[in-house]
Design a binder for this molecule. Structure first.
Ligand SMILES: Nc1nc2c(c(=O)[nH]1)N[C@H]1C(S)=C(S)[C@@H](COP(=O)(O)O)O[C@H]1N2
Ligand SMILES: [Mo]
Length: 314
């Protein structure tokens, strides 16, 4: 049996792109090449989307570091609607297949639903050799990503909210943030797709300063971050509470470029770049794990660069 159980997730960011639910299925199947992968997709589509007629169209492949490849397919259910299929391959083994199901599509999916337990993913012991982070290549400047587009920012009314499990929720304007005092850090930045940039200078308000003001409760385990564009991400509170982490307002001596997140982005350099949400509007302390945008598509709840936590390990 190719697929025995699957995990269902979703996120507001995906919702805004018309995706109702992501179905994430762990798989273990050896493949030798693209045609093998296509056969696995057809088998999976047959199992889950029975009666759909499997017209599988290959879309693209992308390397994720040196270790993984992500292959995208589409299964058209009508001329303008398709189920997205993403196949993750590691060392010639398909390790998971993810289906992105359109919101407008009501399908009877055949699989056993399971509940995702992020605590399994918090105990990675994978180690690596000294030097550059495993699976990463240095490039000169960061590639701009804006998966949900570049939002228009009304700077006069923009505020950063810090709330959730805190003693004192706070709201800060850009001027308020500058008044708290700006610190600069020199960091390397790493994207999960395999590129890294050395020596970027960011300036902003240390998150520890915001924590002093808002005072998260002991029961906090996760920090969920939301952006103006509908993007979101999540990380364990212990990764959030690092002294180098900033609500960054400047990069390389200038206010953040609109494409890099103006007026403010989170900067968490120990984690892969997708955790550093741009155009940030809300930092929410919580005791409950929920997927952010990329986490809902199979990316790791934690994402430490040193331990190569690229994808959920289930
Ligand atoms: N709001 C938002 N934040 C985001 C993203 C995005 O698409 N939207 N992409 C993430 C990813 S995958 C990376 S690698 C970095 C890239 O930062 P840059 O665009 O400033 O180079 O931003 C992260 N923050
Ligand atoms: Mo990224």
């Amino acid at each position: 049996m190719l697929i025995s159980r699957c995990y269902e997730t979703g996120s507001p960011g995906l919702e805004s792109k018309g995706v109702g639910v992501v179905v994430d299925c762990p798989v273990s199947r050896r493949v030798e090449g693209v045609s093998d992968i296509e056969r696995v997709v057809e088998e999976a589509v047959d199992l889950l989307l029975h009666g759909l007629g499997a017209s599988v169209v290959f879309e693209s492949s992308e390397s994720i570091g040196y270790t993984h490849t992500l292959h995208r397919f589409r299964v058209y259910v009508s001329s303008d609607m398709y189920v997205g299929v993403r196949v993750l391959v590691r060392d010639r083994e398909v390790t998971r297949i993810l289906f992105t199901i359109p919101r407008r599509l009501s399908l009877e999916l055949r699989y056993n639903r399971a509940t995702y337990d992020p605590s399994q993913d918090l105990t990675s012991t994978e180690m690596h050799s000294e030097g550059a982070p495993p699976g990463q290549v240095y490039i000169d400047i960061p590639i701009v990503y804006a998966i949900l587009g570049v939002p228009r920012v009304d700077i006069a009314n923009w505020k950063l909210t810090v709330d959730g499990l805190v003693e004192r929720p706070i709201e800060l304007s850009l001027a308020d943030l500058y008044e708290l005092g700006v610190t600069s850090v020199l960091v390397d930045f790493h994207c999960v797709t395999g590129w890294s940039v050395k020596g970027l200078e960011f300036a902003g308000v240390p998150v520890l300063k915001l924590v002093e003001l808002a005072k998260p409760l002991e029961s906090t385990r996760w920090v969920y971050v939301e952006s103006l564009d509908g993007y979101s991400t999540i990380m364990p509170v212990e990764d959030f509470l690092r002294s180098e982490n900033l609500v960054a307002l400047e990069m390389n001596g200038r206010p953040l470029h609109p494409l890099h997140g103006y007026p403010a982005r989170l900067l968490v350099p120990s984690l892969y770049g997708w955790k550093s949400a741009k155009w940030v509007k809300r930092i929410h302390f919580t005791d409950r794990y929920i997927d952010g945008y990329w986490e809902a598509l199979g990316y790791h709840p934690r994402g430490r660069v040193d331990l190569e936590e690229r994808f959920k390990t289930k």
